[in-house]
Design a protein around this ligand. Structure first.
Ligand SMILES: [Zn+2]
Length: 343
């Protein structure tokens, strides 16, 4: 059984982007209710801290920090077509990034084996100089940059299984081989990035691996991609830490209607990553919440992922251990990345 850290706070419920907005506090409320009514042994709850200005600006420029900070006094600000803030959003965003850093710190220290930061607002679309797609600060990029700088790590792998491509995360490390970014996403789709040909630049060439997918792919397609692409990448790259942008908008019931993943599918992907992390980096695996808009489907999936992280059930194991037929996208990724990774 593992010690699995959970970052949890009601402060994350205070970021509110408008009545109509799908990225609503209810997303987390339902997860909290599920956690309260389903005991999972091995979970340790962490109270988050705020990220400092210095930590946020490891990824974002000073103007970006100031832009978000200035929203504090205003009941509502429109930052782009679908990114709004309220008076508490800046504080929630600081604690989202800070909560993830705290969790990464405790996992790197060995105080916790692995963990899941249940934070909002999400982060993976936020660029260095602009908020975007419901995201204010890029939580996962900030936590990775923190681990590179403060802990001297030299190889971090970021896995992004959200329905959408994590443009902000990709761009944060596009020329940096210290972070290998791997993303499965619907393509073409918002935000428009994430094609096969985006593979990194300069020193970072080959360290961005995109898996642009057709719609309606299911558990076995995702598991096959994780078995045939993610697993060998981890084996070859040998990351010291694996971070996951865990979005649940690929869920079969999600209103985005992009993919048909079930809670067992997320459990299987987690199982594959956890097994690899235990082989390669002493189990150091940290997830952070990104998108996911079917409240019950997301909460059920988060619970199953936590059961895998703690090792309290064998959910997902059978799915993860079965050899599934390869979706065609796998060969296309192989062709692009054969020279880099010999997949
Ligand atoms: Zn998404």
């Amino acid at each position: 059984m593992n010690n699995t850290g959970i970052v949890r706070s009601n402060l994350y419920l205070e970021h509110f982007a408008g009545d109509w907005h799908p990225e609503s506090p209810k997303r987390l409320e339902v997860i909290h209710n599920y956690l309260d009514s389903n005991f999972i042994p091995g979970l340790q709850f962490l109270k988050p801290r705020a990220a400092s200005r210095e930590e946020i600006t490891l990824v974002h420029d000073q103007n970006h920090y100031d832009l978000i900070a200035q929203t504090t006094s205003q009941p509502q600000c429109y930052l782009d077509a679908d990114t709004q803030t309220c008076a508490r959003s800046f504080e929630a965003a600081l604690f989202a990034a800070g909560g993830l850093i705290l969790l990464v710190e405790k996992v790197l220290n060995g105080e916790l084996d692995n963990g899941f930061a249940l934070v909002r607002p999400p982060g993976h679309h936020a660029e260095a100089s602009r908020p975007m797609g419901f995201c204010l600060f890029n939580n996962i990029a900030i936590a990775a940059a923190w681990a590179l700088k403060e802990r001297g790590l030299s190889r971090i792998m970021i896995i992004d299984w959200d329905l959408h491509h994590g443009n902000g995360t990709q761009h944060s490390f596009y020329e940096d081989p210290r972070v290998l970014y791997f993303s499965t996403h619907l393509y073409p789709f918002y935000p428009g990035t994430g094609s096969f040909s985006e593979t990194g630049k300069g020193q970072g060439k080959g360290y961005t691996v995109n898996v642009p997918m057709d719609p309606k792919q299911d558990d076995k397609d995702f598991v096959a991609i994780f078995q045939k692409i993610a697993q060998p990448l981890i084996k070859t790259y040998r990351p010291e830490l694996i971070l996951v942008s865990a979005g649940f908008d690929t869920h079969v019931a999600d209103p985005m209607q992009g993919m048909t993943v079930t809670p067992e599918g997320y459990a299987a992907m987690t199982y594959i990553l956890k097994t690899m992390a235990e082989k390669i980096c002493d189990g150091k695996l940290v997830l952070t919440l990104e998108g996911g808009y079917h409240f019950m489907g997301q909460a059920d999936s988060v619970l199953k992922v936590l059961e895998v992280l703690t090792g309290s059930s064998s959910v997902g194991k059978e799915l993860a251990d079965t050899d599934w037929p390869e979706p065609v996208v796998i060969n296309r990724v192989r062709k692009v990345h054969n020279t880099f990774w010999g997949l």
